[in-house]
Design a protein around this ligand. Structure first.
Ligand code: NAD
Length: 319
């Protein structure tokens, strides 16, 4: 199959080319996001492969169909960037990678907690400047802290297992899950928000989880709470979190994902980068740690993503 891969980075080429020897698809690697302007670059291909910040809304899907593309494969788990209803109406087959190395994201969430708590990001810079003072670097023990997990799916469960190993009390909220290990105390969302010292988000971005963390829910949290979001940016209302940081309601914020993330990475065909004031505001807080959606980014996960995506393409080819 001839496949246009959008947002293709050097690591995508590396992992896909290696695995593709077994499958023999033909890839057109495009170092640009899928959007209405860039759809035409896929002309002549039979399928399109996209990542988290490529936009497959109704207009883009129609434009893909207009150039004969009926297969859309996502090399990620989240699917909030695709209008699935429209894809179904247009007869465009959409496939994703529902499960790959949940430990990769879970470990990144834990790394964010430890970095923020022990202020490792600040210590790193200080020591490199020749400053070995500990002033202002006091952390806290994770042992016996209450950690609230919102979304107890594959990543939430992997995260819970690790954090339990630190001696934390694990609280969780998930409206669907029914079976989980004994050490997890599943409770209602309101109670979790009130009780937790650290809250980590692991639920998908859906219509009913958009801005799940907003002014009202932030008000329920403990003063100085640590909030970690490695799931999807839209789960958190950015302006509300900025206000909560200003008031020190939120004491630490770790985000691997961001509400307007696609704008940060979006480049039109002339290569212009759109700026975003809120992310600059967030960066101005020393107790905020931001990474560029790298939770998934381990060699094991990249290998699994390539295998599953290439298998999806093969299944599509077979019909
Ligand atoms: P999953 O489908 O296994 O688990 C999601 C869980 O969330 C399910 O148990 C579901 O019942 C629960 N849920 C649904 N609605 C909820 C709500 N309103 N409140 C609380 N829980 C709710 O998914 P997963 O593989 O664990 O992935 C979770 C999310 O992590 C994905 O949706 C994706 O957005 C994100 N993710 C991020 C990265 C990254 O690199 N940062 C990589 C992969 C996935």
């Amino acid at each position: 199959m001839k496949v246009a891969m959008y947002s293709a980075q050097s690591y995508d080429r590396f992992s896909f080319d290696k695995v593709n020897e077994e499958y023999g698809h033909e890839f057109l690697y495009l170092d640009i996001d899928l959007n209405l302007f860039t759809v035409k670059l896929a002309e002549g291909c039979e399928a399109v492969c996209i990542f988290v910040n490529d936009q497959a809304d109704a207009k883009v899907l129609q434009a893909l169909l207009n150039i004969g593309i009926k297969t859309l494969v996502l090399r990620c788990a989240g699917f909030n960037q695709v209008d699935l209803e429209v894809a179904k109406e247009l007869g465009i087959q959409v496939m994703r990678v529902p499960a790959y190395s949940p430990e990769a994201v879970a470990e990144h969430a834990v790394a964010m907690i430890l970095t923020l708590n022990r202020k490792t990001h600040k210590a790193y810079n200080r020591v490199r400047e020749g400053n070995f003072s500990l002033v202002g670097l006091t952390g806290f023990n994770l042992h016996r802290k209450k950690v609230g997990v919102i979304g107890l799916g594959k990543i939430g469960l992997a995260f819970s297992k690790i954090i339990h190993g630190f001696g934390c009390e694990v609280l969780a909220y998930d409206p669907v899950i029914q079976s989980y290990p004994d050490y997890i105390n599943v409770i209602q969302l309101e109670e979790l928000l009130q009780e937790s010292d650290i809250i980590s988000l692991h639920c998908p971005l859906l219509k009913d989880t958009l801005h799940l963390i907003n002014k009202e829910r932030l008000a329920l949290m403990k003063d100085g709470v640590m909030l970690i979001n490695t799931s999807r940016g839209g789960l958190v209302h950015t302006r509300d979190i900025i206000e909560a940081l200003k008031k020190r309601k939120v004491g630490f914020l770790g985000i691997d994902v961001y509400d307007q993330e696609e704008k940060l990475f979006f480049r039109d065909l002339s290569g212009n980068i759109i700026e975003d004031d809120d992310i600059l505001r967030l960066m101005s807080f020393p107790n905020v740690l931001i990474t560029a959606h790298q939770g998934f980014f381990t060699s094991e996960a990249l290998n699994e993503i390539a295998h599953i995506t290439l298998q999806n393409l093969m299944n599509a080819e077979k019909g």
